[in-house]
Ligand binder design. Sequence first.
Ligand code: AMP
Length: 278
Amino acid sequence: MPIRVLHTIAELRAELKGQPAVGFVPTMGNLHQGHLDLVKIVRPRASAVVASIFVNRLQFGPNEDFDRYPRTMEADVRALDSVGCDVVFAPDERELYPLAQGYKLHPPAELADILEGQFRPGFFVGVATVVLKLFNIVQPHAAAFGQKDYQQLMVIRHMVAQMALPIEIIPGPTTRADDGLALSSRNGYLGPDERAEAPQLYALLRRMAERVKAEGLGAVPLIEADAAASLAARGWKPDYLTIRRRADLKPAASPHEPLVALAAAKLGSTRLIDNLEI
Ligand code: AMP
């Protein structure tokens, strides 16, 4: 069956009627291998796979890149078709937000106002609200989210658990370029020199991980400060480079807690994020 591209909720519901196991991959489009790998992860678990393409204004701040976010619908549909996606759901704003979205889902501040949430106020409200709405529209049995957006994955997992949504959340490992740079739609903003510099973010996360293993938790403040200083010296503007416990992304209290290193920094006008479990 050729891939179906649907723009309305009514068409999508009609198309999926009777499907016993819908797999879902929500995206903002401009797809790369990371998105396609998420489709491949849900494919074997689903009778039908839906990918959504919707650049969600609600999750962008006033000075962010909503207007210039890359929109590449035709290439996206071809790529999704090549990995066995059945349906592309690509609503426009009038379809998804016919009225200003007054009902919003606010994730708890202790998770949503730290790290990404500190530097992008309202971001996780926008994400949780659109994902909940898309879940209600698609009614998937399973949905895949990338570990590249580590905190986002955590917000979605907690939302599903606390709201008792009957959806299995499947994490997808971060897909990287050969030089280590995590694939991202925003990588396309990078000029050639910036693209050559960009893998430093992941290189630094690896160095932070090695140091915390060698030097212990007590060294974390120093490791974080050194990492920020070395990125800044290379011309980046770091938002955060930090080592947290995986459970709740708070600073670790004991050496037995599993850790994750998380980073966000601007290279020129492009903001990149990445993380590494330690
Ligand atoms: P986006 O289109 O950026 O909103 O991302 C849609 C989904 O793809 C989210 O679940 C992201 O975490 C995931 N994703 C983005 N980049 C990658 C990557 N490099 N590897 C794996 N998943 C990714």
